[in-house]
Write a protein that binds this ligand. Structure first.
Ligand code: HEC
Length: 148
């Protein structure tokens, strides 16, 4: 019994000492720690989407949506291009690459041909409106095909 009492007393002294120093040292940190448990469960489920590399996502989107018309090498000769008039843009044209800004390419990717006064055959991608980093990476894909 007596020994136990000593241990408990020592424990309490210890606790008081640590409690005091950490409270004095960083009250803001403690408040933050107390607030964290409520914030974490909400953030966790969306994490896998948020951490996806935009460059990887852009490449996937390009292969899934753009290659059909613009072709693997961006020459405007994809399998779906034969029936189209006008033809999809040939990204390898140096003249064309020089004639457009990145902003223009971003606008046509999100809003489609009609957003820049071109053919509605160039479809819009409204799901990319809130993914500017993916759109920027798509612009880079289009620009890189122009370099080849
Ligand atoms: C259904 C076929 C089709 C698909 C799919 C398509 N495009 Fe197009 N795209 C076109 C056509 C057709 C044009 C030419 C429009 C014109 O000249 O009026 C075009 C033009 C463009 C241009 C050139 C704009 C300019 O000012 O000359 C860019 C850049 C472009 N597309 C990017 C993309 C990207 C990136 C994707 C994938 C997210 C994509 N396109 C998907 C058909 C398509």
């Amino acid at each position: 019994m007596r020994e136990e009492g000593i241990y408990i007393a020592a424990f309490l002294v210890c606790l008081a000492a640590f409690g005091c120093t950490s409270k004095k040292a960083a009250p803001a940190e403690l408040e933050q720690a107390a607030a964290e448990p409520t914030a974490e469960p909400e953030a966790a489920p969306s994490e896998p989407v948020a951490v996806k590399d935009p460059v990887v996502e852009a490449e996937e989107i390009f292969n899934a949506r753009c290659v059909t018309c613009h072709g693997e090498k961006g020459k405007g000769d994809g399998p779906g291009s034969a029936a189209l008039n006008p033809k999809p843009r040939d990204y390898t044209s140096v003249e064309w690459q020089k004639s457009v800004t990145d902003e223009h390419i971003k606008t046509i990717i999100i809003g489609g041909g009609t957003a820049v006064g071109l053919s509605p055959l160039m479809p819009p991608n409204p799901d990319l409106t809130d993914k500017p980093e993916v759109v920027a990476a798509l612009v880079a894909v289009v620009r890189n095909l122009g370099d080849e």
